[in-house]
Design a protein around this ligand. Structure first.
Ligand SMILES: Cc1ncc(COP(=O)(O)O)c(C=O)c1O
Length: 430
């Protein structure tokens, strides 16, 4: 593991090397043997231990710049002080409520979301993850319209529970679990004509990401979401925008759909909503659309959804994003990172085909599959964490926190540039 980020010495409380090794073996026996092999292949044969801001530290005391951030969750960085303070305070008062009263953190968070959400999304249902948010959105679309058909997109990623997986557009994840929910069709992403060709008065909803994240940061044409809005209105179908990855600041605006001024009927979110500290998801809807769940709050429910701890984290996170100007920072820092990556791409066109992104949601399309593995193993060894997209191995993704410093961005570019140079040499040999 020589050559990684500077080792600061074993952090206080971290197990010694023998115990780390024993725990890893145990991970292989009790959690996943193939994941353990992958971690070891990447040179990560230790434990993730702690960190703050953009820094992740392992149990040996090595530091990494974390540009994966739990697949985009850690927009506020690790352990943002406002969020951890809010959770600590809440921890001493009310954590999991009885569920027989309303409680303050949930109401404050719902109020704040209604203030920042596009259009007339006034109602929020809280759950615990992105996939759960998508499940709820799909159920609501059926209940609100009395229709069953859902139009989704090829390459889409909406999660892996049965309903969400039925909307997800990748065979690899779908095939072993078929038959999935009936009534789903998948059309090419970014192509409003393809939606127009299949939408009808049987369509309950069109579900779409504002930018396809896991498919490799695919940004649709500017008129895509507005045209889907019109098509849905024309056919009495609902527009569900899945903001689980792009939402809450990642692209430099509150929501990905803000960039083209499109207001959905139902909107999902998760990841950043917990401030990088708590797990929480949510879907929001217009009052008329939410009516079936408003009339009967028991037709869809979740024991942990909307718990006081997670909502306190969420409210503190939204306040921090607003008051610390993190939307603006995502724009400015995203430009710096993207400009640097484009310079590297111009130097090594045999390795990088394209750099694209919005704010701090950035993808790099490589010229060949296989190069990603070489580059990822190299940058990890040198103290930078970045990963390929789940639905598209050829696109590497950078999802750093908005609190990343300019120096950290420049250091990440150095590490990445050197790895691409080495990959270029390998590419020539092969
Ligand atoms: C757009 C989108 N929707 C849904 C999900 C699923 O979220 P989760 O992993 O929290 O279930 C993801 C996860 O990456 C996502 O990117």
């Amino acid at each position: 593991m020589a050559g990684m980020g500077p080792a600061q010495g074993r952090p206080p409380g971290a197990p010694d090397r023998a115990e780390v090794e024993r725990l890893l073996e145990s991970f292989g026996r009790h959690i996943s043997s193939s994941l353990l092999r992958l971690y070891r292949f990447m040179g990560l044969d230790t434990l993730e231990w702690d960190g703050e801001g953009a820094i992740c530290r392992d149990a040996e005391g090595r530091e990494y710049l974390d540009f994966v951030g739990a697949n985009g969750t850690l927009f506020l960085g690790r352990r943002h002080p406002r969020v951890t303070a809010a959770v600590r305070e809440q921890l001493d008062r009310l954590t999991i409520s009885s569920r027989l009263f309303a409680h303050e953190p949930q109401i404050r968070l719902a109020e704040k979301l209604a203030e920042i959400a596009p259009g007339d999304l006034q109602y929020t249902f809280f759950c615990n993850s992105g996939a759960e948010a998508v499940e709820g959105a799909l159920k609501l679309a059926r209940a609100a319209t009395g229709r069953t058909e859902i139009i989704s997109t090829q390459g889409a990623f909406h999660g892996k529970t049965f309903g969400a997986l039925s909307a997800t557009g990748r065979e690899l994840y779908r095939k072993p679990f078929e038959p999935l929910l009936p009534g789903f069709v998948h059309v090419p992403y970014g192509d409003a004509d393809a939606v127009e060709a299949v939408i009808s008065d049987r369509t309950a909803a069109v579900i779409v990401e504002p930018i396809q994240g896991e498919n490799g940061v695919i940004i649709p044409p500017d008129d895509y979401l507005p045209r889907l809005r019109q098509l849905c209105d024309r056919h009495g179908a609902l527009l569900i925008i899945d903001e689980v990855q792009a939402g809450l600041g990642r692209t430099g605006r509150w929501f990905g759909c803000n960039h083209t001024d499109t207001a959905p009927d139902i909107m999902t979110m998760a990841k950043i909503l917990g401030g990088g500290v708590m797990p929480i998801g949510a879907f929001m809807a217009r009052p008329e659309v939410f009516e079936p769940m408003d009339e009967n709050p028991y037709i869809h429910s979740s024991t942990f959804g909307g718990n006081a701890l997670a909502c306190a984290a969420g409210y503190a996170a939204l306040q921090a994003i607003e008051e610390e100007g993190l939307l603006e920072q995502a724009r400015v820092k995203g430009e710096r990172l993207m400009a640097g990556l484009r310079q590297i791409a111009a130097q090594f066109p045999q390795v990088i085909r394209e750099v694209r992104g919005r704010g701090l949601m950035i993808g790099m399309e490589l010229t060949r599959e296989g190069l990603g593995g070489v580059i990822i193993a190299d940058i990890v060894q040198n103290g930078l964490l970045a990963i390929h997209s789940l639905n598209n191995d050829r696109v590497m993704r950078f999802l750093p926190p908005a609190v990343v410093t300019e120096d950290q961005i420049d250091r990440a570019l150095e590490i990445f540039g050197a790895a691409v140079e080495r990959a270029a040499a390998v590419a020539e040999e092969v």
